[in-house]
Design a protein around this ligand. Structure first.
Ligand code: ADP
Length: 989
């Protein structure tokens, strides 16, 4: 049905929905939206919003007008209605199928006056809580009289109405006043201003509540859970800053982010959204980072703009089976106000900008994010996940900032649409590992020994970038220092080390030799394994006493430290347990799959196909609460939980690969029949090979003349990691033998040192050399070192934007000089300085078949250019040299020109943005004169004057090979440009 018809037919119902509560809020919000979207003009608005006229009359006026304006406006109106009305009211209305999409209008409008209209909905909420301040500013500047102010402040108005009246007044006073107000609002959005400068004195009950909340947050946040069973370690004593980066790489130029930047202005991609995601791998420290933020807030040391902070754990929200309203969610799950609940909640509603919500582990929520079911009313009850999704997308509690952590895989494109920004936590930096080990081991000699052994085992050092593995390695330092030859290499090795560590902790008198330790504790391992496995297959991470009992887990098993008491802000789940870390649960689930004779034969294939594991598991004896009651419900839940399970299934599969490796088979000797273990190992090898084939088959045939190229899908890296865990070169070789590509693209794949180790291990078995493209990952120097074993099969290596320093380059070049196929390298946007130019010079001197060197956007100066020039002098093969965005200046350009004097191979040279002046241009002109290979010279964004260009023109008279010299944005006047264009068409300005 057409929107117009719908408006007419449903007139009575719409009027009722808009007016029956007696509040003008719904109507006014709809007017805001229609104004912003251009559905109504300002004059229309004034005709409808007649102050003092009955609400019903205003609403009727709106309906009449919308109807006469036609189909488009009716559609907009219905879309606004759908957005604004509480769900139960919207449910009784029909909306047109093509219900308009209420996208935000362009942020920047031609005039401030116009911006007041187009941004009206968001300005209304931004103004709440700072109306007094805005009025004072306008009064001080003489734009408002005190009677203007009084009109806005009329006590009958709610905060949103005051905001609208203020906007209306400002609009009537013209563009300059609108500019003042917009600037004021903008300043208020800056960090460090909202609460402290707003001179707001919250009511006494709110302040009391704030105190109670902050002491409860502080109590929750002061100890780290992984230390719960081992020692009570205050967070403050062990916390090390992780590496935080913006997900949008274009804005990363601002350097590393600090904790406060998470809620700050840096890197905002959608100003209207309130939700920031901190994403990262399992164990990268997301929960700990939130814990740190909570503690700093409770201590008043950070996030001081927020009066109230409400921390939630999605893991715990899973066990909330009742429908709740937002108020109940806040008070029941975080902190119960002793008195005046209604007043406190009203304060929260009225001052959204003073409130912060945090949600830890969105990926652990049973349901994956969806924005289908909308609710806007904070008093409406709904299942907790629906509340959470509405909070995230801002239809509930708009204006309240939300920080959500999640594993990267779980950040879906749909979720991204609702994000203010995404910040990626990339674990510890090399220096961070050092600090962590020193903090963990107060005895400096022990710390020094641990660090020394890490330096000697770079695969293990690579793993330590993940904080959880760094913790395990530090925890097991005795085993690590004593193990010599067989020191851990894979993630499975590290987890086996901690398993042994804690099990032997229980019986310190036993020998640490042999595999007897596992046999002795097999029962416990199997019980915990079953608990973990069933938990993974039912998305259950918190276990009640009944769950434990049902699996037969006893007090003794609990004391083994792998389980820790679950922390909870509310007191309802007093005796619940969870695994020390999610990855530990996956590890136990994998142990169960390997050791149990009870599991179904299809468990391993299903695991690797990432299929729903529920029916592959056991007939569940526990977690009744986690399991749905009817078939229909079960199907719905299965669909919803699929996404949440996948990352854990992947980690579990990785551990299964590692545990079934030949290297560990002696461990299982006395625990289960060898034939069974071998069979399972064969199953895994088959699954990995099958998985790889599936990827290879998806590679499209190359277009004629182009190379065959494969862009890795996310699961590819996971399969590679499983192959690495297996440590069986025969299987890796077999899997790789069928890959036939010239170029392997793994950009934006979260590749860190750990993944580099696995990649090199597997890719070294490729039959033909490939171009390996790893742009925009976090390879770093340690990762570069891990890649060395596969350098011989690399024809080119692309490592743009990967945090690589001179140290990494030093090792990389030393190796690549020995690799015959290696011909191209791209290191754009890393941290290179002059100190590594000697290495490139050496590379050029040694490899007379090297083709392309791209070093843009680093810190190379004239000194570096001089060293590179030495290499160029001796090289006869290089075709492409890119130094865009360095600082070589005239001196560097002269040195390069000198180095290229007798060169006859270079085809393309870029010195864009290098502070090159006319002296540099003249030096380059000298080589152009007689050069027979150069085709393109890029000199854009330098400071070349007419004199320099004259030299280039003169040189071009003698050269027919050069096709273009790019000279945009240099020190030339328009007339000069015009004149020189006429004289030489190959100059491009
Ligand atoms: P995630 O939430 O990303 O899975 P966690 O925050 O649970 O990771 O971290 C796992 C463990 O790693 C923690 O229990 C702690 O031992 C260690 N850890 C993580 N981040 C830090 C940090 N910034 N400083 C010190 N230790 C950390």
């Amino acid at each position: 049905m057409l929107a117009k018809e719908l408006v007419l037919k449903q007139r009575t119902t719409i009027l009722h929905a808009l007016c029956s509560s007696g509040s003008t809020e719904h109507l006014e919000r709809i007017l805001d939206i229609l104004l912003a979207q251009g559905g109504l003009t300002w004059e229309d608005y004034q005709n409808i919003q007649v102050l003092g006229r009955a609400l019903y009359a205003n609403a009727r006026q709106l309906l009449d007008l919308v109807y006469t304006k036609g189909e488009d406006t009716c559609e907009l109106f219905l879309a606004a209605l759908k957005l604004v009305l509480p769900e139960e009211q919207a449910a009784v209305l029909s909306f047109s199928e093509s219900c308009s999409n209420l996208e935000d209008k362009d942020e920047y409008q031609s005039t401030s006056h116009h911006t007041l209209l187009t941004q009206r909905p968001s300005l209304v909420y931004k103004l709440q809580g700072c109306i007094d301040g805005a009025l004072e500013t306008l009064l001080d500047l003489g734009h408002f009289s005190s009677s203007d102010c009084e009109e806005v402040r009329l006590p009958i108005y709610t905060p949103t109405q005051q905001a609208r009246r203020l906007l209306d007044q400002v609009r009537s006073k013209g563009d300059s006043v609108a500019t003042v107000l917009l600037q004021y609002i903008h300043q208020k959005q800056e960090p460090g201003s909202a609460f402290n400068q707003s001179n707001l004195t919250p009511p006494k009950e709110v302040l009391k509540y704030q105190k109670k909340l902050s002491s409860s947050v502080s109590a929750q946040a002061c100890f780290l859970s992984t230390y719960g069973g081992t020692s009570h370690m205050p967070l403050e004593d062990i916390y090390i800053d992780g590496q935080l980066e913006l997900a949008e790489d274009s804005v990363n130029a601002q350097g590393p982010l600090g904790l406060e930047d998470i809620v700050g202005l840096a890197g905002i991609v959608n100003k209207e959204a309130d939700t920031v995601i901190v994403s990262g791998e399992a164990g990268s420290g997301k929960s700990t980072l939130l814990q740190r933020l909570h503690l700093l807030w409770a201590q008043g040391a950070a996030l001081r703009d927020f009066l109230l902070l409400f921390p939630f754990s999605c893991r715990r929200l899973n066990s909330e089976h009742n429908e709740l309203s937002v108020q109940e969610l806040l008070f029941q799950h975080c902190c119960w106000p002793d008195r005046e609940q209604a007043e406190i909640f009203q304060f929260i509603l009225d001052h959204p900008h003073l409130i912060l919500f945090t949600f830890d582990g969105l990926d652990e929520l049973k349901q994956s994010f969806s924005d289908e079911q909308r609710i806007c009313c904070p008093t409406q009850r709904a299942p907790v996940h629906i509340l959470l999704f509405n909070l995230i997308q801002g239809s509930l509690m708009k204006g309240v900032q939300k920080v959500v952590t999640s594993r990267s895989e779980a950040v879906s494109p749909l979720l991204k649409k609702h994000l203010r920004k995404e910040v990626v936590l990339k674990g510890f930096s090399p220096n961070g590992i050092d600090c962590f080990v020193k903090k963990h081991h107060r005895d400096p000699t022990v710390a020094a020994k641990v660090l020394e052994s890490l330096q000697a085992n770079t695969a293990l050092l690579g793993l330590c970038h993940s904080p959880v593995l760094c913790w395990i390695v530090s925890q097991c330092h005795k085993e690590l220092l004593g193990c010599g030859e067989g020191s851990p290499k894979t993630i499975t090795d590290v987890y086996l080390m901690i398993l042994q560590h804690f099990l032997q902790h229980q019986s310190p008198l036993r020998s640490t030799m042999g595999s007897g330790w596992l046999q002795e504790h097999l029962k416990t391992v199997l019980l915990l394994g079953q608990l973990a496995f069933e938990g993974i297959t039912t998305t259950c991470y918190i276990f009640s006493g009944t769950d434990l009992e049902a699996c037969g887990v006893t007090e003794k098993d609990i004391c083994m430290v792998f389980l820790t008491k679950s922390k909870d802000m509310s007191s309802t789940h007093s005796k619940c347990y969870e695994f020390l870390h999610m990855t530990m649960q996956c590890f136990f689930a994998a142990l169960f799959i390997v050791l149990s004779s009870n599991t179904n034969r299809s468990v391993i294939p299903k695991l690797f196909e990432l299929e729903n594991m529920r029916e592959a598991g056991l007939s569940s004896v526990c977690f009744r609460a986690c399991l749905p009651s009817s078939d229909q419900q079960q199907q719905a839940l299965e669909k919803e939980t699929k996404a949440a399970e996948t990352p854990n299934l992947q980690i579990t599969a990785m551990f299964v690969s590692g545990l079934l490796s030949q290297r560990h088979q002696k461990l299982w000797l006395h625990c289960c029949p060898s034939a069974v273990v071998e069979k399972k190992a064969r199953q895994v090898a088959r699954c990995l090979s099958k998985g790889m084939q599936k990827h290879f088959r998806s590679i499209p045939q190359p277009v004629q003349g182009e190379k065959k190229s494969m862009h890795a899908m996310p699961d590819f890296v996971w399969l590679i990691k499983c192959l690495y865990e297996m440590q069986e070169s025969r299987i890796a070789k077999d899997a790789m033998s069928k890959l036939e590509v010239d170029h392997l693209k793994l950009t934006y794949c979260n590749i860190g040192p750990v993944e580099c180790t696995a990649l090199a291990y597997v890719l070294q078995h490729l039959r033909n050399p490939v171009g390996l493209q790893l742009d925009n990952n976090s390879v770093g120097d340690v990762g570069v070192e891990q890649l060395l074993p596969c350098m011989h099969i690399c024809s080119s290596l692309y490592l743009r934007n990967n945090n690589i320093t001179d140290e990494g380059v030093h090792k990389l070049i030393a190796k690549s000089i020995q690799c015959d196929s290696f011909q191209k390298i791209a290191l754009f946007n890393n941290k290179l300085t002059d100190a590594c130019m000697q290495n490139f010079s050496h590379l050029l001197k040694t490899k007379q078949d090297f083709l392309s060197l791209r070093l843009g956007n680093n810190n190379i100066t004239a000194e570096g250019a001089k060293q590179l020039a030495e290499g160029l002098k001796a090289n006869h093969s290089l075709k492409y040299l890119g130094l865009w965005g360095n600082k070589i200046g005239d001196e560097g350009a002269e040195a390069l020109a000198n180095g290229l004097e007798s060169n006859s191979s270079l085809v393309w040279l870029s010195l864009v943005g290098n502070g090159v002046g006319s002296a540099g241009a003249c030096a380059l002109a000298n080589i152009i004169r007689d050069n027979t290979s150069l085709e393109e010279l890029w000199l854009t964004e330098n400071c070349i004057t007419k004199m320099g260009v004259e030299c280039l023109i003169e040189a071009l008279k003698h050269n027919r090979h050069v096709t273009s010299i790019w000279l945009r944005n240099n020190a030339l006047s328009l007339e000069e440009v015009e004149e020189m264009k006429q004289r030489e068409s190959r100059l491009i300005f």
